[in-house]
Design a protein around this ligand. Structure first.
Ligand SMILES: Cc1ncc(COP(=O)(O)O)c(C=O)c1O
Length: 377
């Protein structure tokens, strides 16, 4: 059966170039990077070269990159570090963050009594910047944690503006950039941000590896206690294959970003145009304006139908892989906290289609044909 994959915000296929980097390492390099003999030193060199590659693509110092097991750990590390080490007493975030942030800050509120406030959003998920600035007019040491691009609806944060607001008001800024590293330019010397995060599998790298960027002006203590890996901040033998694969994935994504962006934005615009002409009263959740929306994500709000509860299931049966929202909660069937957070019309069926540089126009046409068949158009 023909199948198309339109769920790239959940995860992306690993690219052949990344596999080519990882395979020989898996076959030949087994040393422990903490060992002082040649086997260890060889592997340690791979880790440090990877760190330099990533730092050069993001314009930061290699020492500001801490390798983690992925986006969730990196988000946790940023938030815990700001509380345990940097004196944060209050967090300002939004109700539409990924659970890696949302559940972490709720836990910190319940367990440690950290104050938690949510910034006002509009119906497309845009942050109200005046509300943010007003909330920051207090002497309490505050962390602002807002994501760069929402993984369910694609709405982008004006990251430079938020960074300036935080700086003006002496607040720390953590930006969950898991959906944007390698997809949008990030110059960390230009942007004054305290923490950003990455998961390699969102940009054609391997799963189970990511990083946290910590601005050098912030001192941090161990997040995972153990050995002295990652400058003592994260104990545990490093995932060298993952780290080398991630560096290659970031290099490829950053070097060809403009080309990939034009290709993927073209597909997204095409899908919007097709759906709008096929369905009466077609709507989309979140921003779709290319300047305000991540080009890889399109959250569709379809007209009501008899079997609307089965839309995703029907698409899957017809070979179209997409999702209702975040993959992390799709098994829990609790309804999307993001759509609730922007007061979206939940009486209509929705589906998130997300694209990558490997997606083709034929894939989009196939998905549209299956939607037409389901809606009997
Ligand atoms: C915005 C965002 N943050 C964090 C994560 C968590 O990343 P990981 O599953 O690699 O830990 C994801 C993954 O879906 C994400 O989309």
């Amino acid at each position: 059966m023909k199948r198309v994959y339109l769920d790239n915000a959940a995860t992306t296929p690993i690219s052949p170039e990344v596999v080519n980097v990882m395979l020989p390492l898996l076959q030949n390099e087994f040393g422990n990077p903490s060992s002082s003999h040649s086997y260890g030193r060889q592997v340690k060199a791979i880790i440090e070269t990877s760190r330099r590659t990533i730092a050069s693509k993001l314009n930061c110092l290699p020492a500001e990159i801490i390798f983690t097991s992925g986006g969730t750990e990196a988000d946790n590390m940023a938030i815990y570090t700001s509380i345990e080490t940097l004196g944060v007493k209050r967090i300002i975030s939004s109700e539409i963050e990924h659970h890696a942030v949302g559940h972490t800050i709720e836990h910190l509120k319940e367990t440690f009594g950290i104050k938690l406030e949510y910034v006002a959003l509009d119906e497309k998920g845009n942050v109200n910047l005046s509300d943010l600035e007003n909330r920051l007019k207090s002497d309490e040491k505050t962390l602002v944690s807002l994501m760069h691009a929402n993984n369910e609806i694609g709405t982008l944060l004006p990251i430079q503006d938020v960074s300036e607001i935080c700086k003006r008001n002496n607040a720390l800024f953590h930006c969950d950039t898991v959906q944007t590293v390698g997809h949008l330019p990030l110059d960390l010397k230009e942007l004054d941000i305290d923490f950003i995060t990455c998961a390699a599998h969102k940009l054609h790298g391997p799963k189970g590896v990511g990083f946290l960027y910590i601005n050098k002006k912030n001192r941090a203590h161990a997040f995972i206690q153990g050995g002295s890996q990652e400058r003592g901040l994260r104990g545990g033998t490093e995932n060298i294959y993952g780290i080398a694969g991630m560096a290659k994935a970031i290099e490829l994504a950053c070097d060809d970003m403009e080309e990939h962006k034009n290709h993927v934005q073209g597909l997204k615009t095409y899908m919007i145009d097709q759906l709008t002409s096929i369905f009466e009263d077609m709507k989309f959740h979140g921003e779709i304006d290319p300047d305000k929306s991540l080009y890889t994500v399109l959250n569709c709000c379809f007209p009501k139908s008899e079997n609307q509860g089965l839309l995703l299931f029907s698409l899957d049966l017809k070979g179209v892989a997409c999702s209702g929202g975040s993959a992390c909660t799709s098994g829990a069937n609790l309804g999307s906290h993001v759509l609730k957070g922007i007061n979206a019309d939940m009486s209509r069926p929705n589906a998130r289609f997300s694209f990558s540089r490997y997606t083709t126009k034929e894939d989009v046409d196939f998905a549209i044909d299956q939607l037409k068949a389901i809606y009997k158009i």
